[in-house]
Design a protein around this ligand. Structure first.
Ligand SMILES: [Mn+2]
Length: 254
């Protein structure tokens, strides 16, 4: 980890260049990096002629905030993933466990002689693939996917660039943890036609209406201390009962 992964990227490109059937999996409860990386690479491989599907262990549908990344409809629910995929790509998973109910596909693919390409940027990711592109200095798995697209010599289409951009945007906290290389990558993605506002709005600025109610109720309880000032608020599973089901946190510290 943390070393030059150029050789691994070449090995991944070699494994995927002639693949005719590719299953790409992100982690359970996918974020924009997991899903965007899978969709972005999936679109590139589909454009090269492969049959492609993208999935994750749960939930059974793509979260609303990520749907604008999958124009091509590559997603299939977990129960439609083949029991032994011919070629498997695992994205943004620091361990096999992160695949949830689809974790067994790593073993079944390997047992059938298929390639398992693991692409990830988490610290201390286990090497459970036949090819492991692991770089904990990478800002996002999507950044490694962009390098893999280059290694494949594939053109960067707008839909693929959009999905990759989404992963880089969110995993850098809107470029707060960007490096010069991150901005160079982002520039290429914008040049491929990505509309940065249209990508960011569903990911970062849109919430279910109940979320606003919950936020209103919780922030209405905000208290503060004397200097050094700290603000805090709280909620419990019973308060506010009407909106709690959409609130994922038990207590919030602001
Ligand atoms: Mn990530």
């Amino acid at each position: 980890m943390g070393t030059d992964v150029t050789g691994e990227l070449k090995a991944a490109a070699a494994a995927l260049a002639d693949a005719t059937d590719v299953t790409l999996l992100g982690h359970v409860n996918p974020d924009a990096d997991a899903f965007g990386s899978a969709v972005g690479l999936g679109m590139v491989l589909r454009d090269r002629g492969a049959s492609v599907r993208v999935s994750f262990g749960s939930p059974a549908a793509v979260p609303e905030s990520l749907r604008h990344l999958d124009d091509a409809g590559l997603f299939v629910p977990a129960d439609a993933v083949p029991s032994a995929p011919r070629t498997l790509v695992v994205l943004d998973c620091g361990s096999v466990d992160r695949l949830g109910p689809l974790a067994d596909r790593v073993a079944t693919t390997r047992a059938a002689g298929g390639d398992v390409v693991v692409i990830d940027h988490h610290f201390a990711t286990a090497e459970f693939g036949t090819v492991n592109v692991l770089d904990d200095r990478a800002e996002a798995t999507a950044g490694l996917v962009l390098r893999l697209v280059d290694e494949l010599g594939a053109p960067l289409t707008e839909p693929a660039a959009r999905a990759i951009y989404a992963g880089i945007l969110t995993d850098t906290s809107s470029f707060r943890r960007a490096t010069p290389a991150t901005h160079l990558a982002a520039a290429r993605l914008l040049e491929a036609g990505v509309d940065p506002d249209a990508v960011a709005r569903p990911l970062l600025d849109s919430h279910p209406f109940d979320w606003l109610r919950m936020l209103s109720a919780v922030l209405g309880r905000t208290s503060s201390t004397r200097p050094p000032r700290r603000a805090w608020a709280w909620c419990t599973p019973r308060s506010p009962p009407r909106t709690w089901p959409t609130c994922g946190a038990r207590t919030w510290t602001v």
